[in-house]
Design a protein around this ligand. Structure first.
Ligand SMILES: Cc1ncc(COP(=O)(O)O)c(C=O)c1O
Length: 392
């Protein structure tokens, strides 16, 4: 794959040719094809879905439902196992609101606040205990999973890839331990869906969620996957139009899954744009996407490790790189990089408990994607060197 050629598909880089965008773990840029799919929907097919009987409404419904099929194929699921949501955060809140289970909750200390706080609130409301899986070298410790997940555990929620370290957790092993104890598994795939092929059968999780905006899709789009029988066990999250079979003054019958979880008018154009994003990624090939991200991250890790005073928290094979620079505040590093046209994220990455365990306030994080090049990595590394000189 040729990142320079891919870059030409992204209008933001024609508008800002000097921009080195390395904050893809926060959100990705959008290719022309996705922008056009959203625009075309509004120009040619705009109508509400699942309601009108006229031709335009049928076309809009077809486009939306075909997008559901595309999202399902992307992760090896069935169409009716896909619920469209606004983002990963909404999916986690939906699940925390709608699941009923006996037993306690196991989270991980590396968890993003979005996959942590909905479950903490549930625990508070239902007087459940929470235990945190520990982090070891940037990964969830399987040993701590063996110790913490037991017959008192009702649900285990953790991320496939941490947005702090970029390393892949051993999902299959943790899931096996959870299922041996009859606990449900919720996987946050916000950082893995954009980067590697996913197959829900191989992962064997009960629920999984990810955000469209981190994988070239429009913001306000996300996917919640649930094994069909698991989705059927859930209470509806929001109630209203579009999710009912019938409403009488004294009775309500809800639609089947997945429509039962999509109350109100959804982000129809956004979902159509998300399907276009998936086509775009599949055209490149998810294995190629993965290899490219890994290659650039490995290079960043190697080069940063040569700089005195830089401590790299991510390991080879990660798809993003977190690092600290002596006692220089990550915000200062990011600001100096910004002055050189390099966009990176700095801070606690919505993972404060993980930062507390590491004993730091935050890191600087560079997260490459399909349009980033080796030259851009060099500009990042040069920028970090200069930042350290400025703050000597
Ligand atoms: C691992 C992880 N989970 C959840 C989220 C939340 O995603 P969103 O803001 O799209 O809901 C993020 C965002 O950075 C993330 O990295």
């Amino acid at each position: 794959m040729n990142p320079n050629k891919i870059k030409q598909d992204f209008p933001v880089f024609s508008e800002k040719p000097e921009l080195v965008y390395l904050d893809n773990a926060a959100t990705s840029q959008k290719p022309e094809a996705v922008i056009k799919a959203v625009e075309d929907f509004y120009r040619e097919k705009n109508s509400n879905i699942g309601r009108g009987l006229y031709e335009l409404a049928t076309e809009a419904t077809k486009a939306y439902e075909e997008s559901r099929e595309t999202a399902a194929d992307f992760i090896g699921a069935e169409k009716d196992e896909i619920v469209f949501v606004r983002n990963t955060t909404e999916a986690e809140n939906l699940l925390a609101h709608s699941t009923d289970f006996e037993g306690d909750i196991v989270l991980s200390e590396m968890a993003h606040h979005s996959e942590q706080l909905p479950w903490r609130r549930k625990a508070e409301q239902e007087e459940k205990e929470i235990n945190y899986l520990e982090t070891e070298d940037g990964e969830i410790s399987v040993e701590s999973a063996k110790q913490m997940i037991d017959e008192d555990t009702g649900l285990v929620a953790f991320s496939h890839i941490s947005n702090v370290f970029g390393e892949r957790n051993e999902v299959e092993k943790i899931t096996e331990i959870a299922h041996e104890n009859d606990a449900l598994v919720v996987l946050d795939a916000a950082q893995s869906a954009p980067h590697r092929p996913l197959d829900v059968d191989d992962l064997n999780v009960d629920f999984m969620c990810f955000s469209g905006h981190k994988m070239l899709g429009p913001s306000g789009t996300g996917v919640l996957y649930g094994k069909k029988h698991r989705l059927e066990e859930l209470r509806p999250y929001q109630v209203g139009g579009g999710m009912i079979k019938s409403v009488k003054k004294d009775d309500v019958k809800y639609s089947e899954v997945p429509q039962r979880f999509e109350a109100g008018t959804p982000n129809i154009a956004g979902v159509v744009g998300l399907a276009e994003a998936i086509y775009y990624l599949e055209e490149i090939g998810m294995e190629n996407v993965h290899e490219h991200g890994k290659r650039l991250s490995n290079r960043i890790i190697e080069d940063l490790r040569q700089i005195e005073g830089v401590k790299v928290l991510s390991s080879q094979g990660a798809n993003l790189v977190s690092f600290t620079c002596r006692d220089v505040h990550p915000h200062d590093v990011a600001e100096l990089l910004n002055q050189k046209g390099v966009a990176v994220r700095a801070g606690n990455h919505c993972a404060q408990p993980q930062m507390d365990s590491l004993g730091i306030s935050g890191t600087t994080r560079a997260s490459p994607y399909i349009y980033n090049t080796e030259e851009e990595v060099e500009r990042l590394v040069e920028g970090v060197k200069e930042a350290l000189e400025v703050f000597q």
